[in-house]
Design a protein around this ligand. Structure first.
Ligand code: NAP
Length: 355
């Protein structure tokens, strides 16, 4: 399938007979929790129709992304109304029970959560449910994943994925016999925590990585090249979160040095900085797709260029030099975010269903 930018959108197989676009449109930027920006629902659905026709057929949302499952449901209705086949569209959601609810979750709660996502999306089967557990000190992670998995034979969901689940926890889950198809994690030039164990676990189990943070909320783009440290307050929650990652990478100056190299590579291939940053993630081992924020449809035309080139050995070496000097956030997947005395935990919202 060809699009306006002339390149086609490659696909990756996540499960036998189930493939996704290697660039997934992310839904978090469409929630009121992300920023004050008002969403024009009609324009947004129009944009989804156009971009899905161009091959961007895969979307990411969550039960905690306020209003987004419903918005994607409206999009699916519009897609069907145009006589198109919904089998061409893949919608990934998440099951993120509130932190306060973990200790008392029941099988019935899990079934209700799945039914709620089915109703909001207006579908009979969920393509992929990515499961998150806020606190592995609270028992119930394996049991709850088992209850979710038990819904597969009922036809209510096709596959189970995880999000922000560390290597050891994912290993335990797969050893228990649950067929995990994907783990959605942060992965970028600034944050290479998946390389500390998760990528090799995925290589062994056949699960794939679905990566957010590839552009660090937009920091890894022209807009921040050779700019001073941005003023607070930052304009959305993504920037607040990724500003912490920039600091953990080595601070603004080290980040600017990296951006300079990314810019040189972008000029050489006649693409954007964001293209190079996303391309680097896409080429890492175990990565099925990058998820990019879907707030502006014109971005997607630009983002499509990430399929028009490949990084060459010189590019990889130049980027590796920065990576070697800056190991970035410490520990495994989401380890720093789970630290209750740290700055990441302070900005997390762990009770969005109650909220
Ligand atoms: N599982 C999780 O914990 C988790 C966490 C975060 C995100 N996610 C998922 O990942 C998706 C993406 O979120 P993210 O945090 O990774 O954000 P991101 O895609 O790194 O950044 C999104 C921002 O980057 C800007 N952008 C997009 N394309 C660009 C381009 N070509 N050039 C310059 N800027 C560009 C957009 O700005 P404009 O608004 O100006 O277009 C957008 O607001 C979310 O929607 C969500 O589905 C999951």
């Amino acid at each position: 399938m060809r699009s306006e930018a002339g390149a086609s959108v490659p696909r990756a197989e996540l499960a036998p007979g189930y493939s996704i676009a290697r660039l997934i449109q992310g839904g978090w930027q469409l929630t009121p929790d992300h920023s004050d920006r008002e969403i024009d629902r009609t324009a947004q659905i129009d944009s989804f129709l156009r971009t899905a026709e161009a091959g961007f057929t895969t979307f990411d949302c969550a039960d905690i992304y306020t209003g987004v499952e419903k918005l994607f449901g409206e999009f699916l209705r519009a897609w069907r109304a145009g006589g198109r086949d919904t089998d061409r569209i893949q919608i990934h959601t998440k099951y993120v029970p509130d932190l306060a609810a973990l200790a008392t979750l029941t099988r019935a709660d899990v079934a209700r959560a799945v039914d709620r996502s089915l109703a909001r999306l207006g579908v009979e089967r969920l393509d992929l449910v990515q499961f998150h557990w806020w606190d592995h000190g609270v028992p119930g992670f394996l049991e709850t994943a088992g209850w979710l998995s038990d819904l597969i034979p009922t036809g209510k969901l096709r596959s189970i994925g995880l999000t922000n689940v560390a290597t050891a926890d994912m290993r335990e889950l797969t050893a228990s016999g649950i067929n995990v198809r994907a783990n959605q994690v942060q992965y970028s030039l600034l944050d290479r925590r998946p390389e500390r164990g998760l990528s090799s676990l995925c290589a062994k189990t056949g699960a794939r990585l679905l990566c957010y943070g590839a552009l660090a909320g937009g920091f890894l783009s022209e807009g921040y090249l050779r700019t001073p440290v941005p003023h607070e307050p930052l304009s959305n929650r993504s920037l607040v979160k990724y500003r912490l990652i920039v600091e953990e990478y080595g601070g603004w100056k080290a980040f600017q040095n990296l951006l300079d190299t990314v810019a040189q590579i972008a000029r050489k291939h006649e693409v954007s900085l964001a293209n190079v940053a996303a391309r680097w993630v896409l080429e890492r081992s175990g990565v099925a797709a990058v998820i990019l924020g879907a707030s502006r449809s014109d971005r997607l035309v630009e983002n499509l260029r990430l399929f028009s080139f490949e990084l060459d050995p010189d590019d990889r070496r130049a980027l590796e030099r920065h990576c070697n000097g800056h190991p970035g956030p410490e520990g495994d997947i989401y380890e720093r975010e789970r630290d209750r005395s740290g700055p990441h935990w302070a900005i997390l919202r762990t009770g969005l269903h109650q909220g």
